[in-house]
Design a protein around this ligand. Structure first.
Ligand code: PLP
Length: 401
C-alpha cells in the first residue's frame, strides 16, 4: 500500500464531492435525483470573457507566464480592489493562482509551522481545516450559532485565540450558510484582532458580488485599516463570473507574504493558466451589469427556498442569508424521529442519507461543515428543480414520526 503521510491521514476527502458522486451514481442508475450539492453557479461564463480567452489563444498567449500572474491581470486586480473595496494595493502586493483554493493553501504553506493554530468559524467551508492540517497546523473552531444567523460573535472569536494563533479565516458571504457580515459586525470582529497583534486574517471574499436586497459588502482591511498590514484579502473569478472551471483566484496583502506565496508556486504549480488569466482581465475590467441580473434570480430562489424550508411541519429552521447561493437549515427537529422508510434519524448525516434514499434529493450534511444538526442546500439550480425539491423535502419532513 502507498506510504501515505501522517498529515494526509488526518485529512478527510471532501464531503461535497462525495455527495455529488453519490447523486451522480443514482442518476446513472435511472433515478430521478435532484442534486442540491453543487458549489457553482448554474449560469454560463459571459460571452465577452470567452471571447477574450479565444483572442488570447489566437495572440499566442499559450506559454508560461510570470509565476504569480501577468502584469495586465495584477493591474486589473489593483483597480478592482480600489473600485469595489476602497483598498490600495500595488502589483507587488498581488498574487494570482489556479483558483481561490490554492491561494489559501499557498498562504498556509508559506506561513504555518507545526503547533500553529488557525481559527476557523463553524460552519466552515470544507477545505479550511484540512488545508491547515496538511500544513502541519491545528484548526481551532469557533461557533457561529444558528441563533446568531451563523455569524461569529466577537466574544467567541476572542475565546478561540491563544498565543499560538497565527490566522483567523473569515468568509463572508459564507459557504455553507450564505451569512455575510455588515460593516459594523466586521468592525467588531476587527477590534478583537486589533487587541491581538500576533493574529493575521485571511478573508475569503469569493462570494463578494453575490449579495441580495441591497446588502453592502465590505471586507475587513477596508473597515479596519489598522489590520491592513496583516490581512490577506482573497478573491477570485470562480463564483462571481461563473468561471469555476477556468481556475483563477487572487489575493492582495503585505509584499513579503505575497512574495513567499509566489515562492511556493515556483516549486509547485507555476503560473495559473495563461488563457484564463487573459479572460480574467476581461472579467474584472469588462461590463459588470450581468451580475445584478443574475443576482435577481438568485435572490428569488433564496426567498423561495427559505420559505419552503420553514414550512416543513416545524422540523426545519432556516435563517434568511444575505448572500452566496446556499441556505443552511437546522434539522434539529428531525433528530430522534423515524422516517417513512423506517430510518431512525440520529444525526444530520442520517437525515441527508434518508432524504436521498427516500425522496432522491441530494443535500450535504452539516457535519461536513462542522456545525450540526443542519444541512446545506445549494440553490444554484433551476427554479423548477428547486420547487420540486422543496415539495419532496416537505413530504419527507411530514412523514417523520
Ligand atoms: N472559498 C470558498 C468559500 C468557496 O466556496 C470556494 C469554492 O467552492 C472556494 C474558496 C474555491 O474557489 P476556487 O474554485 O476558485 O478554487
Amino acid at each position: 500500500s502507498a506510504p501515505i503521510s501522517e498529515s494526509l491521514k488526518r485529512v478527510k476527502p471532501s464531503a461535497t464531492i462525495a455527495v455529488t458522486s453519490k447523486a451522480r451514481e443514482l442518476k446513472a442508475a435511472g433515478h430521478d435525483v435532484i442534486g442540491l450539492g453543487a458549489g457553482e453557479p448554474d449560469f454560463d461564463t459571459p460571452d465577452n470573457i470567452k471571447a477574450a480567452a479565444i483572442a488570447a489563444i489566437n495572440a499566442g498567449h499559450t506559454k508560461y507566464t510570470a509565476v504569480d500572474g501577468i502584469p495586465e491581470l495584477k493591474k486589473a486586480i489593483c483597480a478592482k480592489f480600489k473600485r469595489d473595496n476602497e483598498l490600495d494595493y500595488v502589483p507587488s502586493q498581488v498574487t494570482v493562482a489556479p483558483g481561490g483554493k490554492p491561494i489559501i493553501f499557498n498562504a498556509f504553506a508559506a506561513t504555518l509551522n507545526p503547533g500553529d493554530e488557525v481559527v476557523v468559524p463553524t460552519p466552515y467551508w470544507v477545505s479550511y481545516p484540512d488545508m491547515a492540517i496538511m500544513c502541519g497546523a491545528t484548526p481551532v473552531f469557533a461557533e457561529a450559532k444558528a441563533s446568531d444567523n451563523y455569524k461569529l460573535k466577537p466574544e467567541a472569536l476572542a475565546a478561540a485565540i491563544t498565543p499560538k494563533t497565527k490566522w483567523l479565516l473569515l468568509n463572508s458571504p459564507s459557504n455553507p450558510s450564505g451569512a455575510a457580515y455588515t460593516r459594523e459586525e466586521l468592525r467588531a470582529l476587527g477590534e478583537v484582532l486589533i487587541a491581538n497583534p500576533h493574529v493575521w486574517v485571511l478573508t475569503d471574499d469569493m462570494y463578494e458580488h453575490l449579495v441580495y436586497d441591497g446588502f453592502e459588502f465590505t471586507t475587513i482591511a477596508q473597515v479596519c485599516p489598522e489590520l491592513y498590514d496583516r490581512t490577506l484579502t482573497m478573491n477570485g473569478v470562480s463564483k462571481s463570473y461563473a468561471m469555476t472551471g477556468w481556475r483563477i483566484g487572487y489575493a492582495a496583502g503585505p509584499a513579503d507574504l505575497i512574495k513567499a506565496m509566489g515562492n511556493v508556486m515556483t516549486q509547485t504549480t507555476s503560473n495559473a493558466c495563461s488563457i484564463s488569466q487573459y479572460a480574467s482581465v476581461e472579467a474584472l475590467n469588462g461590463p459588470q451589469d450581468f451580475i445584478a441580473e443574475r443576482n435577481k434570480v438568485f435572490a428569488e430562489r433564496r426567498d423561495m427556498m427559505v420559505e419552503l424550508l420553514n414550512d416543513c411541519s416545524g422540523i426545519l429552521k432556516c435563517p434568511k442569508p444575505e448572500g452566496a447561493f446556499y441556505v443552511y437549515p437546522s434539522c434539529e427537529g428531525a433528530i430522534g424521529k423515524t422516517s417513512k422508510g423506517g430510518k431512525l434519524i440520529e444525526s444530520d448525516q442520517d437525515f441527508a442519507a434518508a432524504l436521498l434514499e427516500e425522496e432522491m434529493v441530494a443535500v450535504v450534511h452539516g457535519e461536513a461543515f462542522g456545525l450540526s444538526p443542519a444541512f446545506r442546500i445549494s440553490y444554484a439550480t433551476s427554479t423548477e428543480a428547486l420547487q420540486e425539491a422543496g415539495h419532496r423535502i416537505k413530504r419527507f419532513c411530514a412523514g417523520l414520526k
